[in-house]
Design a binder for this molecule. Structure first.
Ligand code: NAD
Ligand code: DAU
Length: 339
């Protein structure tokens, strides 16, 4: 299979590239990534760079000419590229609309014209909004609460319309919160782990009782792999939730991190809440389990520890971002009021 992976230099994308090259050594992977602040060539190790089946293109998914050219040489697309941070979308929504909706349109339309055989659109559980009295199921209403979530909802429904209108074989995944190596240190877990290592405060929004449904990134990768390689009859035009059903609050996660690193609770700093902060995200993965037999492989306890260890053992990776990347410093100052 020749696969175009958009956003492959980001957190989940780079994990997916390395997962796929190991699991399917004969596949060819072409990554298209704009290398925004969140894209990082250091997310690919030497083995990946030396792999003749790996190719990297620095470019934007809104560049129609480039996208059309790349589509000519692939069978399938896995579309990760997006602006992904909720807090950034609250400060500035324009780039989210541009990349997450317009960029998705360019990809879908180019895929349609090229006759692509499988288009896996990486959506998110954020599209549901609050999971009030039950874990969200695929048929639930979509009530996104942030500009990020609304942009992803637009993209999710646009992707589906390319199936209903043009029969482009689109499959949509809606996964819960991922954790693991190579996550940009603006998101909860890598921010708090690295701050704690530096004895800096951990900025908990509001009361910290908001919950998320946590999944190890390689479980998300195996679910995407299953969606990519299943019979079209089972997956074309379908939406699949992905989760390992492990709900924890921000304070739970914070406690786990502090304990693992042997740091004091006095590092916890309750700060102003996120506007429109979703109280609970939780998704029900029964459908992907029933239809494809997929289930998560990784338990939370061992893998959160493994993840914390990864940040402990890869200080150069995150220090290059936290200490040397101008966008990172600007972001921390704008969001948390400190340099
Ligand atoms: P990330 O922010 O770590 O990476 C995004 C990547 O996309 C970066 O490499 C960036 O350079 C690239 N990119 C951004 N704009 C681009 C553009 N215009 N053209 C080309 N490349 C561009 O994100 P992530 O956490 O790895 O998320 C990947 C995908 O998974 C996103 O679509 C996100 O909505 C979805 N998702 C994420 C999670 C999560 O918990 N992180 C959960 C569910 C779904
Ligand atoms: O649910 C899937 C989504 O998960 C993905 O679609 C998004 O791309 C991804 O960023 C993530 O969104 P969240 O908003 O849930 O992730 P984040 O790590 O930003 O926040 C997790 C929780 O931690 C949330 O309740 C807000 C809280 N938080 C976050 C930060 C960055 C804090 O309390 N303080 C912080 O500084």
């Amino acid at each position: 299979m020749r696969i175009l992976v958009t956003g492959g230099a980001g957190f989940i994308g780079s994990n997916f590239v390395s997962y796929t090259l190991k699991k399917h050594p004969d596949d060819r992977i072409i990554v298209l990534d704009a290398l925004t602040y969140a894209g990082n060539l250091e997310n690919f190790d030497k083995e990946i760079w030396n792999n003749p089946n790996f190719q990297f293109f620095h470019g934007n998914i809104t560049d129609e000419k480039l996208v059309k050219e790349l589509m000519r040489n692939v069978d399938a697309v896995v579309h990760f590229a997006a602006e992904t941070h909720v807090d950034r979308s609250i400060r500035e929504a324009g780039t989210f609309l541009e990349t997450d909706i317009w960029g998705t349109y360019i990809l879908l339309d180019s895929a349609r014209l090229a006759g692509i055989e499988r288009f896996v659109h990486i959506s998110t559980d954020e599209v549901y909004g609050e999971a009030e009295d039950h874990a969200s199921v695929e048929g639930d209403d979509l009530k996104p609460k942030s500009p990020y979530a609304a942009s992803k909802t637009g993209a999710d429904r646009l992707a589906w319309s390319y199936w209903t209108t043009y029969e482009l074989p689109v499959t949509i995944s809606r996964c819960s919160n991922n954790y693991g190596p190579f996550q940009y240190p603006e998101k909860l877990i890598p921010l708090f782990v690295t701050n704690a290592m530096e004895d800096k405060p951990l900025p908990v929004y509001g009361h910290g009782k908001n919950t998320r449904d946590w999944i190890y990134v390689l479980d998300h990768c195996s679910a995407i792999d299953a969606l990519m390689r299943s019979d079209g009859d089972k997956v074309n035009g379908e939406v699949f939730n992905v989760s390992s059903e492990h709900e924890l609050s921000v304070l739970d996660i914070t406690g786990i991190i502090l304990k693992a690193l042997g740091k004091p609770e006095s590092l916890i700093n309750h700060v102003e809440d996120r506007p429109g902060h979703v109280i609970r995200h939780a998704v029900d993965p029964s459908k992907i389990n029933k239809v494809l037999g997929w289930k998560p492989e990784y338990g939370f306890v061992e893998n959160i520890e493994k993840t914390i260890d990864w940040y402990r053992n890869n200080e150069t990776w995150w220090r290059n971002l936290k200490e040397k990347q101008a966008e990172y410093k600007e972001w921390i100052k704008a969001q948390y009021g400190k340099g």
